[in-house]
Design a protein around this ligand. Structure first.
Ligand code: COA
Length: 385
């Protein structure tokens, strides 16, 4: 396989974007990415989107995007793995370049979730849960993560304060991200007393409903070197799946899919978790960030909450997590999230993350999850030049 580099990244401001259509979002992020790369060649397009059918009544999305991007006749595919669709789009683009099939592959993640009302959005999201054993009985994603949070609190003594500190940290980071949907800082008190959604999960423990897109351009490292500017290489990819239903897991407090995907990615990169300078992880609910930290092996099981309180994962901590603001503050347009994690990682590795820049960031890990841990994709990225 050939070495693969990321030479361009593109974001747009996320939020409730009434004035823009689904295709506008994807095309704007893609054009920003090509501008950033200063390259206009695209041999393949991969689009990550979870449910453009239910959110926008638009399937066949890859053709819509390639056409409106002005790339008619370019081979384009849409990939889906629930909230991990964006990570899968990057993996698919990687395979295009690594295999030699394409020289330049563009990965785009997009979702426009606010064209439907809250109930319809919750229904669309819940189609990524197990229909027979979960969704049919009325459980939603806030409900599934609330069960995990309650069990974590019961077994390990994790506190509401610890769950809330994840939101305080991520909103603080997001306050420095011009693309974030909710860039306001929040206090522990505000999080702990925000509206109850699914006990113990409150409004400010949840990622929001978001319209957004992100894009990255991949090519060979050989081509990247010719551009004479900093770039990142993908040195590890780990992808795994697990039972879709929580009730079929031996231990709902262990995100085995994250552990598996992370171990595969680290092995491929020849690294351990101690070699990683920072991570962007899937904090769809604040309990998820705590459980992901444990599954990555950053801390022992049950220690994610105390470590967050002690500042381990803060921007100036020993292992910063979600410098972008994460899904919590930046937003979570489900198909776009995995691509946006890579955008943040590359921006940090190039030293271009502005006020939220992490010092000496050379090696990054991104972790993008589908559902309540039924799929996970981890990428390891390293700075070059
Ligand atoms: N964080 C911070 N503020 C939020 C927010 C969030 N996650 N979600 C909504 N808000 C704000 C809104 O801006 C609005 O503020 P305003 O009153 O000042 O205008 C207020 O809270 C109410 O917003 P609304 O859109 O009516 O909220 P809602 O009650 O319909 O939805 C949730 C809130 C948490 C239920 C919804 O965002 C949700 O379902 N999130 C989870 C999404 C999900 O499951 N994703 C998949 C993960 S696997």
């Amino acid at each position: 396989m050939r070495e693969v580099a990321i030479i361009g990244v593109g974001m747009i401001k996320w939020g409730e974007l009434w004035e823009k259509s689904l295709r506008d979002l994807a095309v704007e992020a893609a054009l920003n990415c090509l501008d950033d790369a200063t390259v206009d060649r695209v041999d393949a397009i991969t689009v990550g989107a979870m449910s453009s059918g239910l959110f926008n009544a638009q399937e066949h999305l890859a053709s819509v995007v390639s056409d409106y991007l002005g790339k008619r006749f370019t081979p384009a595919i849409r990939v889906e793995s629930a909230c991990a669709s964006g990570g899968l789009a990057v993996k698919t683009a990687y395979m295009e370049v690594a295999s030699g099939l394409s020289e330049y592959a563009l990965a785009i993640g997009v979702e426009k979730m606010t064209d439907v009302d809250g109930g319809e959005a919750t229904f669309a999201l819940a189609t990524a849960a197990d229909q027979d054993y979960e969704a049919f009985h009325g459980i939603t994603f806030p409900g599934l993560y609330a069960m995990m949070a309650n069990a974590h609190m019961h077994k390990y003594g994790t506190t509401l304060e610890q769950l809330s500190q994840v939101a305080v940290k991520n909103h603080y980071n997001g306050s420095m991200n011009p693309h974030a949907q909710f860039p306001m800082k929040v206090t522990l008190e505000q999080v702990m007393t925000s509206t109850m959604v699914a006990d113990p999960i409150r409004l400010l423990h949840c990622s929001p409903i978001t319209d957004g897109a992100a894009a990255v351009l991949l090519t060979t490292e050989e081509e990247a070197k010719k551009l004479n500017k900093p770039y990142a290489v993908i040195t590890g990819i780990g992808h795994a799946t697990d039972t879709i239903a929580l009730c079929q897991r031996k231990d709902i407090l262990k995100l085995a899919v994250v552990e598996e995907s992370a171990q595969r990615a680290l092995k491929m990169a020849g690294k351990t978790i101690r070699d990683i300078d920072f991570a962007e992880v899937h904090d769809c609910f604040t309990i998820a960030e705590i459980m992901v930290m444990e599954a990555l092996g950053m801390v022992e099981p049950g220690q994610g909450g105390p470590a967050t309180m002690n500042g381990l994962t803060a921007l100036d901590g020993d292992f910063p997590i979600n410098p972008s603001g994460g899904l919590k503050s930046k937003g979570h347009p489900v198909g776009a999230t995995g691509v946006a994690q890579i955008v943040e990682a590359v921006s940090q590795l190039r030293g271009k993350a502005g006020q939220r820049q992490i010092k000496n960031a050379r090696t990054a890990l991104t972790q993008n999850m589908g559902g309540s841990g039924a799929s996970s994709i981890v990428h390891i990225l390293e700075a070059r030049q």
